[in-house]
Design a protein around this ligand. Sequence first.
Ligand SMILES: *Cc1c(COP(=O)(O)O)cnc(C)c1O
Length: 394
Amino acid sequence: MSSEDSPPPRPQAGPNTRLAHGPYDPQSQHGFVNPPVVHGSTVLFTSTEALKNRTRATFSYGLSGTPTTKALEDALNELEGSAGTILLPSGLAAVSIPLLAFLSAGDHCLVVDSVYTPTRRFCDGTLTRLGVAVEYYDPDIGGGIAGLMRPETKVVFLEAPGSNTFEIMDVRAVCDAAHAGGAVTMMDNTWATPLFFKPLDHGVDLSIHALTKYPGGHSDVMMGSVSATAATYGRLRDTQMQIGVNVAPDDVYLVLRGLKTMGIRLERHQASALALAEWLESRDDVAKVLHPALPSFPDHALWRRQFSGASGLFAFALTGDARRAAAFLDALRLFGLGYSWGGHESLAVPIDLSDRTIAKGPGVGALIRLQVGLEEVADLKADLETGFAAANTL
Ligand SMILES: *Cc1c(COP(=O)(O)O)cnc(C)c1O
């Protein structure tokens, strides 16, 4: 059959269709729509021969995986375009395990300066103690990272947008230079989710998620994932198994459930956050709004070129000092004061950038981070108005 006779390739189904159906086959479980929650340690084999060859079996021991963990790994592989995914009990463990897998004493590791603060603590603490030299780079460095590469640079770690300050990196340029120098590239992709950015399509080897955030989506579960290329997956999985860490089936079930609605939730998070960001930008008591989808944002063009959407987390600088920010935050009723994000409910926290050495933020006002939840925008705006009124009485 000549290529002209072949049927045209089937267009890939849209994101919500893929989330609704996923790679899981209900007929593999008697037609039940969702995968079973398997609690298990021991897996029984039918013969000593099968026992001897257990590493080739799909399941051999609870620690290495169950039908429940496999259902989530498969779903994430489909979304990320990865060869393999590992699951870990927090987003932070999904940062630390790949770094441990690919770094040894004497190696050099380049980490973006606007990285999630606990990632920096792991790098400055554990990695440094193990004899790894950690160096932070400017999120706007692009291909210029070639100038920081050393023969012993084994990992370049990216995060975009940057935590709290939302810088957008030129991911392809950084990864190409890292690969030319022989390093593995890892990216924390939590903010965008695989629906708005697919790191592996831009040269990243390992894509990291705090599934705690949008995939879980309801502030009731903690989990992380690392999705890898074929070339990096073996070493990643092997390290996970050497350290002996996996996730609990009931938690996996919550994330599988959350994934089903992640697309439509993100549509709402995106629209509400952008509406509030635009409104904040128009106010005299707001010095700056840090949201990549705003045309005024310095890295807006980089965001447009690489990302297909924006989620519900952004920051703004209230005019004045930290005391005004505290008055603002204390007056809020719908926005809770608390960490994490990606759930159904709105949150606000003051931002501390004191760990930064390069990406020091806009340098005006008092920075506040908003996680915009699924509530009505009008109600959220009214709540923020209360905050401004409280700050403006000072
Ligand atoms: C929250 C977060 C993590 C860590 O996730 P946990 O599940 O809370 O450990 C990692 N990276 C980023 C960018 C995050 O926002």
